[in-house]
Design a protein around this ligand. Sequence first.
Ligand SMILES: [Zn+2]
Ligand SMILES: [Zn+2]
Length: 239
Amino acid sequence: MKVCKKCQKEFNDNLTFCPFCGAENADKKLTYFEKKTAKEQDKEFIISKASIQDEDAKNAKEISADNLTVKLVTPLKKAKLLSILKIASSAIALVMLLVIGFLVANMDINKNIKLFTIMGAFLLVAVCGSLLISEIYVMLAIKKIESEDFSLRKIYYMLGPVFCYGNNVYEINTNMQCDDCNEKMHVELKDDDVYLVCNKNREHICKITKDNYILYLKDKLSINNNWDIIKLRGALWNF
Ligand SMILES: [Zn+2]
Ligand SMILES: [Zn+2]
């Protein structure tokens, strides 16, 4: 770990610039070109850490599955219905936009108006298209978790990994705080194992193996009969 000369925060040895305040932390004075290269290397290093690296996974401390929390997201039927509705509406919008674009292109009107309308339609087509693709991904992922027992998957952007049990979709998360810096942690997946990763420093990481979390989740879901109460509290339609 390096300590920033300016803000005194700790950061990774591989970085030249402090990720918190941006101050240069080189041992010697850098030339313009060296600075540029160092910045690029820093960027690459940070991107490489965006997913869990084999080396970090290997060094991760194993902890108990008690550190996980389970929350009902939605009944499975609703998740599927919502996904189908989103796919259908973005597909319809896409077709309509293409038709409008085609009609306007063949109209005998002011050139500038024509150009703006077509450009606008093109932009909306791109938005609808990406919505459609992401929703198809969600749909396929729901199908997949539905078919497997306790298969965890990151499907929803704002939620942690989810799994299906019975007729419901559940999210797993954690309340655990990082041992090193007391920051909150979040859940990530790698090779079927669950990792708790510190929100501040991705090298602060612990691991819960598949066998452990499956036992824990099964236990939690069969002993606990309070799921209906949670449902009533409005955990539905959480996304
Ligand atoms: Zn700094
Ligand atoms: Zn930490």
